[in-house]
Design a protein around this ligand. Structure first.
Ligand SMILES: *Cc1c(COP(=O)(O)O)cnc(C)c1O
Length: 480
């Protein structure tokens, strides 16, 4: 049975014999084989790429070929060309930045998204993907304990999800100050003050720049990078005019969560809009183990997260959640009267995000959640954090190693004594090729930074990763 057989006008009895669109088959078959070959190589192949972008460009540079090339040959050529330059990001031993892997159901769903080729903008034009968007959004709200009435939009990533939440906040706080932003623009408007923690993610600053709000004011944070509510209260007391407060669920270095309930209370008492950047950390709210650390999260006005990180769907997929659907629709809807109409027809997908035309990136989110179920999603989140704990515990026993953060979620930072030794160990780890962990600087110290974000990381990966760092330490110490 296929999902199409309710209407046999469009379901040929023998699809392989049908003439329609069979020109796709050879290239898709080849891509399928090559994809499986790549995925088969993932557990054992070197994590770091073998060639640089400059090398690859130099090797394959040339004028645009004059004539056409067969699609299957194009797929072959592409795979051969890219092979040496592919970073093994799907590896269970990839711990750089915050990069999730891809769950099987999500990857398969993503292939269908490309084949279906829906421009997922409007409910009436692409009803299937719009329905999936509604369902996936509601499942996320349920899982994360966020208000069931919130609007959920799908963006390219966390940066644009931050942009969406902050854009809604900008409109709302100006409206409260008696300024119609959409009519008058920003010129001459009351000045909005944006307050963020000292360790707010750079993407929040970027989003504020796109929104014409300039650089935010920072509020002091504690030793784990959590916003200090007392400092927030003091800052709020000194500000006149509209305010947006940007909180963080998941610090890039420590994994820590800002104290939500107290910060939201203070901000709301001052009439501020509260936006939460939870690119990877928002997913912690799915687990009873972490819900307490995020207590009060549901009181915010908007939230940004990535499904391409913790949920492990393919790139790209950010999710913007806004507690005030009418405000969101007034910002991104193409009609000025949507605030009045809110409560009638549901918003179209394009009325919740900056893109009009876009792929149906909510489909892999639906597939990931459908495959996991609630218990699977909780196990995914808790498994990532448990592996971070195991890595921290194992690495802490190595000579001169020190875990410098409280490991409260999926992030671990290590020092190996002096900055010099830490940098050299980091360099060694990266050239070893067994794992990928990148260097950073946190609280005036060089650190080796680990983010556990891949569903497939297992005990063997953890052990191999600890062994790789041990080798790097020995090599660095032997050299000096
Ligand atoms: C990754 C990340 C972002 C940005 O998300 P993109 O998907 O890369 O645009 C924002 N905030 C935090 C905390 C992140 O980890």
């Amino acid at each position: 049975m296929t999902i199409f057989d309710h209407d046999d006008t469009f379901a040929p009895a023998n699809p392989t014999a049908a003439p329609g669109r069979q020109e796709y088959r050879p290239a898709l078959d080849r891509a399928h084989d090559l994809a499986l070959e790549w995925l088969r190589s993932v557990p054992t192949r070197r994590v770091a790429p073998a060639a640089t972008a400059d090398e690859l460009e130099a090797r394959f540079r040339g004028p645009l070929p004059e004539g056409p090339t067969d699609a299957t040959d194009v797929v072959d050529e592409l795979a051969a060309m890219c092979e040496p330059g592919l970073m093994n990001m799907p590896s269970g031993r990839f711990f750089g930045w915050v990069i999730g892997g891809t769950l099987p159901a999500a990857l398969a769903a993503d292939w269908l998204v490309s084949a279906w080729d829906q421009n997922a903008a409007m409910r009436f034009a692409t009803p299937a993907t719009a329905a999936v968007e509604g369902i996936a959004g509601r499942w996320m709200l349920e899982l994360l304990g966020l208000p069931s009435t919130a609007a959920v939009g799908f963006t390219t990533g966390g940066t644009m999800a931050n942009f969406v939440g902050l854009a809604a906040g900008r409109t709302a706080v100006l409206e409260a100050a008696g300024w119609d932003l959409h009519e008058n623009g920003l010129s001459g408007s009351p000045r909005i003050t944006v307050l963020v923690g000292e360790e707010s993610h750079v993407s929040v600053e970027l989003a504020l720049r796109y929104l014409g709000l300039g650089r935010p004011r920072t509020v002091a944070s504690d030793d784990q990078g959590r916003m200090d509510p007392t400092a927030l209260g003091t800052a709020l007391a000194t500000i006149d005019g509209p305010v947006i407060v940007g909180l963080q669920a998941g610090n890039l270095h420590s994994g820590a969560f800002d104290p939500m309930r107290e910060c939201v209370r203070l901000a709301h008492a001052r009439g501020a809009w509260v936006h939460v950047d939870g690119a990877f950390g928002l997913w912690a709210a799915a687990s009873p183990l972490y819900r307490e650390a995020l207590d009060g999260l549901d009181g915010a006005d908007s939230w940004a997260t990535d499904a391409h990180k913790t949920l492990n769907v393919p790139y790209d997929c950010g999710v913007a959640i806004v507690a005030h659907p009418a405000v969101l629709r007034s910002v991104f809807g193409a009609h000025t009267n949507y605030i009045i109409q809110s409560g009638a027809a549901p918003a179209d997908p394009f009325e919740k995000v900056p893109e009009m035309s876009r792929r149906a990136r909510e489909v892999p989110v639906w597939a990931a959640l459908r495959a996991l179920g609630r218990s699977g999603a909780v196990a995914l989140v808790e498994g990532l954090a448990a592996n971070a704990r195991a890595l921290a515990d194992g690495l802490a026993t190595l000579p001169g190693a020190e875990v410098v953060n409280d490991v409260v979620f999926t992030q671990v930072c290590l020092s190996f004594g002096s900055d010099e030794r830490t940098r050299r160990v980091t360099q060694r780890v990266m050239t070893d090729g067994t794992v990928w962990m990148s260097g950073s600087r946190w609280h005036e110290r060089d650190v080796l930074r680990i983010s556990v974000s891949n569903w497939s990381t297992d005990a063997d990966d953890v052990a191999a990763s600890i062994a790789a760092v041990a080798r790097a330490i020995t090599a660095v110490d032997d050299d000096s």
